[in-house]
Design a protein around this ligand. Structure first.
Ligand code: SF4
Length: 443
């Protein structure tokens, strides 16, 4: 039996699709890193960990640390029967989870949930712990609890056997709260970086060098989640990168920033200069969109020199952009700068927003052909209505679902903003995206 202060769990995901494209519970790992720095002993269980030894079959891995998650087919929610796709539970099978938990003794459980429509995995855990560990406090954090607080509170109200607290404050304030109730039983860890080493393997490390975003796009919750835009000290970020590389031989790093290139000369520039001065062979990835307008010649060259190999640019679409943060000319210039710096069309990807209320399919196609001409790989950013954003209110008018009644209806794969999704046309767009990407990867 392993006796610890806290059990930290990343729940299963129930969805039509989910891939390990640098997908880790960054908030939970950050909490773990700080808790053990304060001397708390932990048991960390990421139910999605693709390297977990008790998975029935190891999921396939791809380049740069990405890959698949282990999944099992589960029944589709009845209101999604029109969606021509299978539904899955991603992560460790339930009996294996139960066996593992039975070998741990803990004072409290901490769980998270990121996307609003992934709450069923969290609810399963709440149900399990309330029934099997009555009296053990449960702390719930993550984006879902912030965006859909009423939905969560309504669910947990029925569980009276365990104290349940929703964590809405920042990590440092939460730890101050914990210190008043729990004495640490472990030895303080010298560092407080997100605890990636508590996973079964570290295929990559996620970096978040800033909080928030100076922009305010009508479909995004960034401003709601972080009122202000704040950047970390560049030296601290560089040291974090060096720590993972030197101690754990990590090569791949993915940035989770919302606005990585803002203030480049004082922020990302110095971070990369420090890395370059060490002559390290690292690879960097930006699964979150970069702002193309900041990609001038010097920035593009430095990104190339430092080892960026996966770039995703926020493109949105060719005409009638919602975000107003980019012109087509600026986008073309950014791509030219990247190409001149040596990036290939496969390395440069652009997100095309798809599935908006009253979607114009022809406009989406025009955007895709435009990217094909520029030799930039298109990726669909399927629209998910996020509560609290202006576009959520618009989607409520056009959706076939009562969006306010259940966050499951926010699932991007069901095209929630459509009254009647034209599945063959949707498939046509997806096929076109794949065909363009394939042709570009051959160049
Ligand atoms: S630029 Fe990106 S992160 Fe910032 S508000 Fe717009 S979509 Fe959100």
């Amino acid at each position: 039996m392993k006796i610890v202060d806290f059990l930290l769990i990343h729940p299963w995901i129930y969805d039509f699709s989910s891939h390990d494209f640098w997908l880790r519970p960054y908030g939970l790992l950050s909490l773990a890193g700080k808790l053990r720095h304060h001397g708390y002993s932990l048991y960390y269980l990421d139910l999605l960990d693709p390297f977990h030894p008790h998975l029935p079959k190891p999921p396939k891995r791809k380049e740069f640390g990405t890959g698949h998650f282990y999944k099992e087919t589960v029944p589709k929610p009845y209101f999604f029967l029109d969606v021509p796709r299978k539904f899955f539970r991603y992560g460790l099978p339930f009996p294996n989870f139960k066996r593992e938990i039975s070998q741990v003794q803990f004072k409290a459980v901490m769980v998270t949930c990121t996307l609003t429509y992934w709450y069923p995995g969290l609810f399963n855990l709440i149900d399990f712990f309330c029934r099997n560990y009555p009296g053990i406090p449960i702390y719930i954090g993550g984006i879902y609890s912030k965006l859909c607080l009423d939905h969560l509170l309504q669910y947990v109200r029925k569980y009276t056997q365990s104290p349940i607290k929703v964590v809405l404050e920042d990590i440092d304030s939460f730890i101050e709260h914990l210190k008043r109730h729990y004495s640490p039983s472990g030895v303080p860890h010298p560092y407080q970086y997100p605890a990636f080493d508590l996973q079964w393997a570290i295929p990559y490390v996620i970096l978040q060098t800033s909080l928030g975003c100076p922009f305010n796009c009508p479909y995004c919750a960034s401003k709601y989640l972080n009122k202000f835009f704040q950047q970390k000290n560049p030296l601290e970020v560089a040291n974090e990168i060096l720590y993972w590389h030197q101690n754990f031989k990590v090569i791949d790093f993915a940035f989770y920033d919302d606005a990585l290139l803002v203030n480049f000369e004082q922020h990302l520039g110095p971070i990369l200069e420090i890395i370059l001065s060490r002559n390290l062979k690292l690879r960097f990835h930006t699964p979150n969109a970069l702002h193309a307008r900041y990609l001038n010649k010097e920035v593009a060259l430095l990104l190339k020199k430092a080892g960026f190999v996966t770039l995703r640019l926020g493109f949105e679409r060719l005409d009638n952009r919602l975000d107003k943060k980019l012109t087509t000319e600026e986008f073309i210039e950014a791509v030219e700068n990247l190409k001149k710096a040596g990036f290939t069309g496969r390395e440069i990807g652009a997100y095309v927003l798809f599935g908006l209320p009253d979607e114009d399919f022809e406009a989406v196609k025009r955007s895709l052909y435009f990217l094909a001409d520029l030799k930039v790989s298109p990726y669909l950013a399927e629209f998910s209505p996020i509560p609290g954003t202006p576009l959520y209110e618009v989607a409520k008018e056009t959706s076939r679902y009562p969006l306010d009644s259940d966050p499951l209806f926010h699932n991007k794969s069901v095209y929630p903003a459509f009254k009647k999704p034209p599945w063959p046309q949707i498939q046509e767009i997806k096929d076109l995206v794949r065909a363009i990407r394939k042709s570009i990867s051959k160049v």
